[in-house]
Design a protein around this ligand. Structure first.
Ligand code: GRF
Length: 208
């Protein structure tokens, strides 16, 4: 079976990248990471793939005259590595509508809240400050809004009385690491279909 080629966009710690890599190594996820692109040169994420046969690229915004040129450089790199699915894993920049339309239905993101609650930055702090009893994480396709795209998978975690944003972030992160590889796996198995706002998850096909 041909493995879906992933491009992973990162900016920092890369624990979700690690979870994806671990799932691939354990054959739980039948995909291949074609390239990891970071917009920050010293991202820990880049060090996580060192020693594996995985291409990396650093593409810094400040090296380009404008956002368009920056995104064109990213798109070029993805093309070079024949990336089919672009996975945002802690990438801190908002991609333009023009970029997203080039990869329509082929960009995923993970957000540390149960969307549509608490989109944008500091989702865990937003949840703690609001006083919700339950939060969680959401894997969704990326559309032109911020954290508004069709939802693929969600999982809830409790918010405990003495949680601060860090304790909640930790509890959510643990679930993120299971949920993201699972959602990517569904895509790789050809089981995700976008119908308007909804993502339909198809049956697992029998391999004869
Ligand atoms: C995660 O909490 C993810 O939900 C959010 O950014 C964080 C990235 O963490 N989009 P890491 O870089 O994968 O460790």
């Amino acid at each position: 079976m041909n493995r879906t080629v992933l491009g992973v966009l990162v900016s920092g710690r890369g624990s979700n990248l690690q979870a994806i890599l671990d799932a691939i190594m354990a054959e739980r996820l039948k995909a291949k990471i074609g390239v990891v692109i970071s917009d920050t040169p010293d991202a820990l994420a880049l060090r996580r793939v060192a020693g594996f046969d995985i291409a990396t690229a650093v593409i810094e915004r400040r090296r380009f005259a404008d956002k368009r040129a920056f995104e064109q450089a990213i798109a070029r790199e993805l093309g070079l590595h024949h990336v089919e699915l672009l996975v945002l894993a802690g990438f801190t920049r908002i991609l333009s509508g023009e970029f997203i339309s080039q990869f329509a239905g082929r960009i995923m993101n993970i957000h540390p809240a149960l969307l549509p609650a608490f989109p944008g930055l500091d989702a865990q702090a937003q949840a703690v400050d609001y006083g919700v009893r339950v939060s969680g994480c959401t894997v969704h396709f990326v559309d032109e809004g911020v954290d508004t795209g069709p939802i693929i998978l969600q999982e809830a975690v409790p918010v405990l009385a003495d949680d601060d944003e860090h304790a909640l972030a930790e509890r959510i992160l643990h679930v993120e690491h299971k949920l993201y590889p699972r959602a990517i796996g569904l895509y790789c198995e050809g089981r995700l279909r976008i119908e308007g706002r909804k993502v339909i998850i198809g049956e697992k096909r029998q391999v004869l």
